[in-house]
Design a protein around this ligand. Sequence first.
Ligand code: NAG
Ligand code: NAG
Ligand code: NAG
Ligand code: NAG
Ligand code: NAG
Ligand code: NAG
Ligand code: NAG
Ligand code: NAG
Ligand code: NAG
Ligand code: NAG
Ligand code: NAG
Ligand code: NAG
Ligand code: CU
Length: 568
Amino acid sequence: MKVLLVVHLLCMVFISGFLHAEALKRHRFVLREKNFTRLCSTKSILTVNGKFPGPTLRSHRGESFIVDVYNRGSYNVTLHWHGVKMIRYPWSDGPEYITQCPIPPGGKFSQKVVLSTEEGTLWWHAHSNWTRATVHGAIVLYPSRNRSYPFPKPHAEFPVIIGEWWKEGIQDLYYNFIRTGGDPNISDALTINGQPGDLYNCSKKGTFRVKVEYGKTYMLRLVNVMMQTLAFFGVAGHNLTVVNSDASYTQQFNSSYIAVGPGQTMDVLLTANQSPDHYYMAAVVLESTPNLTYDNTTTTAIVEYKGNYTPTATPSLPTLPGHNDTDAQANFTAKLRSLGNPLHPPPFEVPVNCSTKLLFTISVNTFPCTSGDNSTCQGPNTTRLAASVNNQSFANPTIDILQAYYKKINGIYTGDFPDFPPLVFNYTAEYLPLAYETPQKSTRVKVLQFNSSVELVFQGTNVVAGADHPMHLHGHSFYVVGWGFGNFDKNKDPQNYNMIDPPLQNTIVVPYLGWVAIRFWARNPGVWFMHCHIDRHMSWGMDMAFITLDGSTPESKMDPPPPDMPVC
Ligand SMILES: *[C@@H]1O[C@H](CO)[C@@H](O)[C@H](O)[C@H]1NC(C)=O
Ligand SMILES: *[C@@H]1O[C@H](CO)[C@@H](O)[C@H](O)[C@H]1NC(C)=O
Ligand SMILES: *[C@@H]1O[C@H](CO)[C@@H](O)[C@H](O)[C@H]1NC(C)=O
Ligand SMILES: *[C@@H]1O[C@H](CO)[C@@H](O)[C@H](O)[C@H]1NC(C)=O
Ligand SMILES: *[C@@H]1O[C@H](CO)[C@@H](O)[C@H](O)[C@H]1NC(C)=O
Ligand SMILES: *[C@@H]1O[C@H](CO)[C@@H](O)[C@H](O)[C@H]1NC(C)=O
Ligand SMILES: *[C@@H]1O[C@H](CO)[C@@H](O)[C@H](O)[C@H]1NC(C)=O
Ligand SMILES: *[C@@H]1O[C@H](CO)[C@@H](O)[C@H](O)[C@H]1NC(C)=O
Ligand SMILES: *[C@@H]1O[C@H](CO)[C@@H](O)[C@H](O)[C@H]1NC(C)=O
Ligand SMILES: *[C@@H]1O[C@H](CO)[C@@H](O)[C@H](O)[C@H]1NC(C)=O
Ligand SMILES: *[C@@H]1O[C@H](CO)[C@@H](O)[C@H](O)[C@H]1NC(C)=O
Ligand SMILES: *[C@@H]1O[C@H](CO)[C@@H](O)[C@H](O)[C@H]1NC(C)=O
Ligand SMILES: [Cu+2]
């Protein structure tokens, strides 16, 4: 009798453990190449499930899921769940050679996507070389089942994915960029939900259209998946109401345009309250660096009121700021504030006295030409372009840092990433000595104690050329407590920090010749990549990684790796 009971109990434990694992919803992602036609020409692109953009994943807050990823393409690839904190589970975060080895052609990796406090819109994308140009999609995170939005439920909602399209293949684009050492070719079109829209050749048929009913409110889930630049977005004749940024609610504000950097997401409400007609929604490039060639085309989609009327022959276009209107960009960014109402409290407090203070310069750099072949040195003055954080130009290791850390394998990385710039100078001066241009190639990480409170100030520089840098931190959301133009002043600027309702982001644009101060808690043990989300800057080395050590309790330690980690 006793024995039977024990067996029965064991069975219960086994079954409930099994059921628990089974309870996670599974999705199937098959990476494969498929031909797509845009701008009158056809090319083969890497897709997920043959779709471009890829499938939208939907879940409720906190309800983790599993994605079974099959690589049926012809090259190595990894997938990343952008903005998902993956608490204690860096194993399926995805950046190649940071948290995993790539999934080889023919390989499979089941990735658990560990949700916690994220609510709103995030996205997933490939994280190896430039494959993310076509391998990306939205992640829609509804409120918990027992909660609602902190605003009336919209009548309907849809993703608005702002991207770029090249006529040439992405592998060719990338390898030319690597070979020449110069800037990559600019895109041939911008896209909304994968479509350039009416203003490009051979594109009218595919233009993304959405039908709206007069008097109703719609939620646009904006995702900027661009590779090389930022964007302004708007809808003709309509103001937009921003309600959420990077899967965290914001205090609502109205604007006739949105400024959004690659990696960022934003939920905006649109009320169909204008005279029934067709209106263009449009996106254009936001590029602050002077004299840099950029894609000056306009992508459009159509907002179409339902009903019986004759639409104007050509829909009106929204009036968007000029490509280098940094005032418009700053005015918009300044309005972002966390909501933090009692029903939607912020997930964690703003760190007050930070135990770890860091100042990171982020620079574009050059390496001198060493090849004897000038065609491989098409950077300024016959150099190869590079980029760095605190003068460290990140070099990918041969196996992933997470594995090296977990298995204590030496020689893959070093733990001596500098806390402060090795050289102090007027970072945003108009002219800087040439000697400042050359960075150091290294694979260094910054080690954080569990539960440390971190202040990190990003300082843009004018080495080679200033630029907007959308900096993205994996495994965390952070509060943006301050930002400004020129050089950060550690005595003056902290006095103006917003400690009340700073926006909670996973990606923040460090403005052209400016700085941004962020604060976060290191409570997520693991290896977490941090990098510029402009892909040429990332490939040039504007990257680093944090290692947050395990804490002392079981709840503050990394979970063990899954059995099917890809191997190098
Ligand atoms: C794409 O089209 C080209 C030319 O028609 C063809 O050779 C190629 O096999 C197609 N690729 C895919 C992935 O379907
Ligand atoms: C990614 O790029 C590097 C060079 O930058 C190259 O060595 C590597 O093979 C590329 N990976 C794939 C899968 O093409
Ligand atoms: C709502 O549901 C979440 C899990 O989905 C749970 O953690 C939370 O306690 C619930 N809150 C209330 C007020 O029921
Ligand atoms: C948009 O907002 C501005 C400023 O609040 C206002 O002047 C304008 O009338 C609004 N436009 C529409 C179409 O609601
Ligand atoms: C941009 O180009 C103009 C004209 O060539 C030049 O005078 C100016 O110095 C350049 N600006 C920067 C920041 O390089
Ligand atoms: C866009 O740039 C091209 C040159 O690259 C120029 O010929 C064209 O006039 C520009 N168009 C607009 C709308 O600025
Ligand atoms: C912005 O771009 C325009 C050309 O479109 C140029 O005339 C102007 O000087 C630029 N402004 C700045 C601050 O670079
Ligand atoms: C930015 O805001 C300031 C102050 O509110 C205003 O004077 C200026 O016109 C705005 N600029 C743009 C481009 O919106
Ligand atoms: C390569 O560039 C250097 C520096 O600009 C120049 O001196 C040299 O003549 C160039 N070599 C060739 C083969 O063009
Ligand atoms: C170009 O490079 C050469 C060789 O490194 C250097 O002597 C020269 O000062 C550089 N000139 C400029 C304008 O960068
Ligand atoms: C730094 O350079 C900027 C731009 O040239 C200049 O306005 C500022 O005065 C300089 N700051 C210092 C401390 O020299
Ligand atoms: C693919 O990944 C494996 C494992 O890291 C590596 O050995 C191989 O060189 C990679 N192939 C390419 C083309 O990058
Ligand atoms: Cu950048």
